[in-house]
Design a binder for this molecule. Structure first.
Ligand code: ADP
Ligand code: ASP
Ligand code: MG
Length: 815
């Protein structure tokens, strides 16, 4: 004997029912078969809504019953030949009239009891099984339809009845005795009856349970659960896009996964079959040749410590706290008794070792009843002030990692909470059973999608990680960053298993979001057709998307953009900036951003603030992290000034050389920032700060070579003023040339003091051999005391800056 159960979507309409019947016909060739069916998909919900509408005095219940009737009539008409339709149609009409009669009773009374609701919802399974019965008859497939209410006996807890297995098994046994020649049985799932024969139900999703009860009672060889997915997946496919099939899973693991929300199987289903070692096979009605999932006593090791990840929504966290609880036995017993007196199902329990509080997770719908029951059980302690009234928090969900092999793999919870922390998911409570088959955490429901995806990426490594990027700025650097991202996308996916998606793109005029990732080939059009840029809306949009591995890239030189890092870091969104404004703002602000990044587990990276794409800050950080101490830094940090002094020979006017530097993209948008030495001051300040120095711009000496007359007016005025000062520049150049030296704009940091200024540098010096727009940084440290550690190379230019930003972005996903 074998039992096959088909769920709501498998029998949702005539086409699907035909698929089911084909599968069942094939099955009966192999073995005697019990077919258990759910209501047509969505009908149970519609029946509940009709009952509820009637109870609240809303006449729309009539339309709802008509809709239900229409769904069934349409199915019958599409399924049966016309000559066979009339009796099935009248059966549907009669049953739907009964539903309407019950609803009108409810409407008059203004009350819907659990018992009446069970009666109403039972019609769903009755109708679906009777329609299938009629179809089998029309196809002349021999079978026997049987009302499950005559076989499955429960108590009278309507809505969620408990099975009386002794009576049930006896009734099934007695029935089967007389049916030795029947090859196919058809039964409605979900419904049962109590001692008095009154209709009960087994809880939402309970048709799976019906099938398991029957399978255990007849010692079936296998229980097949046919549904709309190809088996149990590593996570809910509606929440995670790259889920993987779990081919084998143990009873225990399947039970944990389903208990903690993997809806694919109703939690109590495993119990009866587990006792008899009957394997459960989860199959897809719409892809019957897919292998599906086998649930059996033991499952092969899958190479991961985790089998699956799941979640349950609508959780309320109840906390009972008070000094009166410490060291006194019996408190938890009284709490759980109070909850069980109201038949409140406890999903999760945690208690701090101080015994000062107990937290339990329950379904949100039970929270109010829990408050009344618990507060009355502890009235005297609450009055005496030794226990606080029950605290209830809602809007929560539980996420759980499940796997038999967790116990032999230390570090699973570290990995779990590390990943959640990096993504700003706040954990409200944690529980791990002593079986170590499950670790659960209570989090805000708003974070569930993000959390499940983060954990899925963390534990099922073969899939790729997603990096969600928000790029602000499409100027010289921004454009190249987007080009590089586009070129590298498939390499990153294949080699690093990172899927970089640009979810948002903005410049000073426009902004655009696309939750599926902007196609970078068309970013210009997408941005042009975007909404007008408004910085607050841009930031709100980014934070409210609440995506995992989110990175904000600031490739502007804009002051206002630099002010939003704060808000982003506080949402655990990492910030990568080539914009230097934040790091060169007052020390308090720089420090605060670094601290926020640490506090919220985000990264704040700005490698390109110094030396464009050269690994200057990264090298400095590595030195410090490994215990070295920076004594002195000597550097040429302005690609612009280096370019200008390398190209200026007293022949072509200085002003024109500067213009050329700007045209080639080597200057700040306002070149005076470079020429005045201000930009170099910012850079040496950032290096000093990164070395641990609390330093401000005012603390840095600037021996500027630029005459004051050049600093007035607009950028054009600046170029003109430089023309007039050509003699000054010539003098500077020839003074150095006479000594056989070059002009270099040098930045120094030496034991707490920083300065910038023009120097004559001779050929024996490390700073001399520096061409084009190159930068060089010499680090003199405790370990590099004789010969400095030298970082040297192209220190300006949009292409290298963009690649530095790109490298920072990748550093985040690889950290
Ligand atoms: P049926 O009506 O056939 O009983 P259900 O809707 O009860 O089907 O269960 C199947 C659904 O369970 C799937 O469509 C899927 O959305 C959901 N589901 C949740 N978690 C998982 C998981 N880990 N693996 C597979 N499906 C899951
Ligand atoms: N029809 C019932 C429900 O929707 C039972 C089931 O489908 O398993 O909950
Ligand atoms: Mg189900």
């Amino acid at each position: 004997m074998q039992v096959l159960k088909f769920g709501g979507s498998s029998v949702a309409n005539a086409d699907n029912i035909n698929k089911v019947i084909d599968l069942v016909k094939q099955a009966t060739v192999i073995d005697r078969t019990i077919l258990v069916v759910s209501a047509l998909g969505g009908i149970t919900d519609m029946l509940i809504q009709a009952g509820q509408a009637a109870a609240s005095g809303d006449e729309s219940y009539k339309e709802k019953v008509q809709d239900i009737e229409r769904r069934h009539l349409d199915t019958v008409k599409a399924l049966l030949p016309i000559t066979r339709q009339s009796s099935a149609l009248s059966l549907v009409k009669t049953r739907c009239n009964e539903i309407e009669d019950i609803c009108s009773g409810i409407f008059l009374l203004g009350e819907l009891s659990a018992r009446t609701q069970d009666k109403i919802v039972s019609y769903g399974e009755l109708l679906s099984s009777l329609i299938i019965d009629a179809r089998l008859t029309s196809l002349e497939v021999p079978h026997h339809w049987k009302d499950s209410r005559e076989l499955i006996r429960t108590d009278s807890r309507f809505g969620h009845a408990a099975v009386d297995f002794v009576t049930t098994n006896r009734q099934i046994f007695d029935f089967m005795k007389g049916e030795a020649n029947t090859r196919l049985f058809v039964l409605p799932g979900f419904v049962a009856s109590d001692e008095k024969g009154i209709t009960t139900t087994l809880g939402r999703g309970g048709s799976d349970y019906t099938a398991a009860i029957l399978a255990a009672a007849v010692d079936a060889k296998v229980l097949e659960i046919w549904t709309d997915v190809s088996g149990m997946m590593t996570a809910d496919p509606r929440l995670v896009s790259n889920v993987k099939l779990i081919p084998h899973i143990s009873y225990q693991e399947a039970m944990e996964l389903s208990h903690f929300g993997a809806k694919v199987i109703y939690p109590p289903t495993i119990q009866p079959v587990m006792r008899k070692d009957i394997p459960v096979w989860i199959k897809n009605t719409f892809a019957p040749s897919d292998p599906g999932t086998v649930i059996a006593p033991e499952a092969a090791h899958n190479g991961s410590s985790i089998r699956g990840i799941t979640s349950i929504g609508r959780i309320a966290l109840l906390s009972l706290e008070g000094s009166g609880m410490v060291g006194i036995p019996g408190f938890s017993r009284r709490l759980f008794e109070a909850l069980s007196s109201q038949q409140i199902n406890v999903i999760l329990i945690t208690q701090g070792s101080s015994e000062h509080s107990i937290c339990v997770g329950v379904d949100e719908s039970s929270a109010a009843a829990a408050r009344t029951a618990v507060d009355s059980a502890f009235t005297s302690e609450i009055n005496a002030g030794t226990v606080d009234p029950l605290v209830i928090e809602t809007g929560l969900s539980i996420i759980a990692l499940v796997g038999e092999h967790m116990k032999s793999h230390p570090g699973v919870s570290g990995k779990m909470f590390g990943a959640l922390g990096r993504n700003g998911v706040n954990v409200r409570a944690i529980a791990q059973g002593s079986s170590e088959r499950n670790i659960s955490a209570v989090i805000s429901s708003e974070d569930v999608r993000k959390a499940i995806n983060v954990l899925h990426e963390e534990f099922f490594e073969t899939s790729y990680r997603q990096l969600n990027l928000f790029v602000t700025g499409t100027g010289n650097v921004g454009r190249r960053l987007l080009d590089q991202l586009q070129q590298q996308q498939s390499f990153l996916e294949q080699q690093l298993r990172v899927h970089v998606r640009v979810i948002g793109l903005a410049n000073s005029r426009k902004m655009v979001f696309d939750n599926n990732g902007i196609d970078l080939r068309h970013w210009k059009d997408r941005l042009e057709n975007g909404q007008p840029m408004q910085l607050d809306k841009w930031v709100n949009g980014i934070t409210s998307l609440n995506l995992r591995n989110a990175v904000f890239a600031d490739v502007t030189a804009n002051e206002e953009v630099a002010q939003v890092y704060d808000a982003l870091l506080q949402k655990s969104i990492s910030v990568v900036a080539c914009n230097k404004i934040a790091c060169s703002s007052p020390y308090g602000n720089y420090r605060r951003l670094k601290d926020l990044a640490r506090e919220y587990n985000a990264r704040f990276l700005f490698e390109t603030n110094v030396g464009a794409g050269l690994p200057v800050i990264g090298t400095l950080n590595d030195l410090l992290r490994s215990g070295d101490k920076v004594r002195r830094i000597e550097a040429v940090l302005s690609g612009t000034l280096n370019y200008v002094f390398n190209n200026y020979t007293g022949e072509r006017p200085f002003s024109l050389v500067v213009r050329q530097a700007q045209a080639e993209g080597y200057t700040e948008p306002d070149p005076r920032l470079d020429l005045s030495g201000t930009d170099v001051m910012r850079k040496i300040m950032i290096l000093a700060r990164e070395s641990g120095e609390k330093i401000e711009m005012e603390d840095i000496t600037n021996n500027s070579f630029l005459p004051a007359s050049c600093m007035q007016g607009s950028v054009e005025d600046f170029y003109e003023a430089m023309m007039k000062e050509e003699e000054t520049f010539k003098k500077l150049y020839f003074a150095a040339e006479k000594e056989g030296k070059k002009l270099k704009f040098v930045a120094r940091y030496d034991n707490g003091k920083a300065s910038v200024g023009l120097h004559h540098v001779g050929p024996d010096h490390d700073l001399y051999h520096l061409y084009g727009k190159d930068n060089v940084v010499l680090f003199f440290t405790d370990r590099y005391s004789e010969q400095p550690l030298v970082v040297k190379g192209a220190g300006a230019g949009a292409e290298v800056t963009a690649s530095g930003v790109f490298a920072d972005i990748l550093r985040i996903i690889n950290s």
